[in-house]
Design a protein around this ligand. Structure first.
Ligand SMILES: Cc1cc2nc3c(=O)[nH]c(=O)nc-3n(C[C@H](O)[C@H](O)[C@H](O)COP(=O)(O)OP(=O)(O)OC[C@H]3O[C@@H](n4cnc5c(N)ncnc54)[C@H](O)[C@@H]3O)c2cc1C
Length: 405
């Protein structure tokens, strides 16, 4: 069976249409003057990306496979792939023009879709799917990460409100602000573990919410926040799924729900690898192109092999999602661990090949506008994002040993 995405004549026509639209709205030659890795509100980069997201969202191309009635594009998976692969060619696309790491499309959007009442879906999904608002995922706490069922933040019903107390950490995206926090909180402290958790969409401006910046390796200025909730009164309408689901959140948090979102990220050629390959072909050392050096060739080939494995894992996952099949259950964890390890090894290979120029972002010395420096430290931060490698490996082991979840 051939799992590759290939353009049919109809898709090739659609690709032309997408390319023409993007040329008009997100031109190839748009240069962003400020640091590529810090997306601070008010900066040229921030405004460019948010505007691009609005435009894509209004067209239904930010969430192509989501239903039209909720603000998505109502398009096929193949059409979504065409859009994503074209957007990926645009400058800076890998820093957020698409749905890169806003937390919504991967995590809370699907939860809202699965558990939300029809009224909530009609009210809350469109602004997210059209790129008008951004949300941060509020799951982890200072004393709770892998074991999410151990959250201590509480949201206790009081009349027509829930009153929230506690703290969430590592919230953020490459955008330095958000409109909502997707909150996982204990709604009934006396109920047993796993049957005491509710999901909420919390408007970030409610009185009693404050935040402090937590510096991390991914970027120097933007990054993570710790958010504090102090007697925050939140109307019941923000409890996802209505009152009968007040303690039912764990079912959704932990389940592999059938969702309208398909991810293509790893199917698309890695931009840093493209750059380094071209650079090594064009740049001479001791009279010979770098690409003729046997050590360089070996390092580049090893990266290329791992990126191809990563792509094949992604094809398998998309095929599983598209056909609704579950081959075994360990595949997502396997793909996640492999992707994280590959990104770290890729950075090591680039610094071996290119030396200090791969480790800095100052424009006068850096290569590829500092993207290689970012490649060097971001994968270290990302190594435990979502879940740690130990936990992923444990999940795989359980599946392999047929011990269930
Ligand atoms: C870049 C980045 C972005 C993030 N973004 C968000 C976000 O937007 N929202 C959010 O809520 N959270 C976010 N997180 C937090 C992330 O979800 C947690 O870091 C992750 O779940 C791990 O939790 P922890 O850091 O508390 O580590 P812990 O769970 O405390 O784990 C510490 C160590 O113990 C190991 N360990 C834990 N339990 C077991 C076990 N049962 N068996 C074997 N080993 C175990 C782990 O593998 C790890 O090595 C982000 C993290 C990163 C790095």
């Amino acid at each position: 069976m051939d799992f590759e995405f290939r353009d049919t004549p109809k898709l090739a026509k659609f690709r032309k249409e997408v390319r023409a639209w993007l040329d008009l709205h997100i031109p190839m030659d748009f240069e962003i003057p400020d640091n590529p890795h810090d997306i601070l509100p008010g900066s040229t980069k921030y405004e460019f990306i948010r505007t691009a997201r609005h435009k894509l969202g209004a067209k239904g191309w930010l969430a192509p496979t989501w239903p039209k009635k909720y603000g998505g594009g109502g398009l096929s998976v193949e059409e979504a792939y065409v859009i994503e692969s074209e957007v990926a060619q645009r400058p800076w696309s890998h820093f957020g023009i698409g749905d890169y790491y806003t937390g919504f499309f991967d995590i809370f959007g699907p939860m809202l879709y699965a558990l939300g009442t029809e009224e909530q879906k009609k009210r809350f999904l469109p602004p997210f799917l059209r790129g008008e608002v951004i949300g941060w995922t509020g799951e982890s706490e200072p004393d709770c990460g892998s074991d999410l069922a151990a959250v201590k933040t509480t949201a206790i019903r009081d009349g027509d409100d829930y009153v929230v107390n506690g703290s969430k950490i590592w919230l953020g995206s490459q955008y330095d602000n958000a409109d909502y926090i997707f909150l996982v909180a204990v709604t009934d402290p006396k109920a047993p573990r796993h049957r005491n958790i509710g999901l909420f969409l919390v408007p970030i401006g409610l009185p009693g919410i404050s935040k402090v910046h937590v510096p991390w390796m991914r970027s120097m200025h933007t990054g993570a926040w710790q958010v504090f909730f102090e007697n925050v009164r939140m109307p019941v309408e923000y409890l996802i799924g209505g009152h009968e689901n007040a303690a039912n959140g764990w079912r959704v948090v932990s389940s592999a729900t059938r969702l309208p979102q398909i991810r293509f990220g790893f199917l698309i050629r890695d931009r840093n690898q493209e750059f380094v390959l071209a650079y090594c072909q064009e740049t001479k050392r001791d009279g010979l192109p770098l690409s003729q050096d046997s050590d360089v060739r070996e390092a580049l080939a090893e990266v290329e092999i791992q990126l191809e494995i990563r792509r094949l894992f992604a094809i398998r996952q998309n095929w599983q999602a598209m056909t609704g099949s579950r081959l075994a259950g360990y595949e997502a964890a396997q793909s996640g661990v492999h992707g994280k390890v590959t990104a770290i090894k890729q950075a090591e290979a680039y610094s071996d090949i290119l030396g200090p120029a791969a480790l800095i972002k100052e424009p006068e010395w850096a290569l590829f506008e500092g993207n290689l420096e970012y490649q060097h430290f971001a994968p270290v931060a990302h190594a435990s994002a979502g879940t740690t490698q130990e936990i992923s490996k444990m999940l795989m082991s359980r599946w392999v040993c047929r011990a269930g979840d």
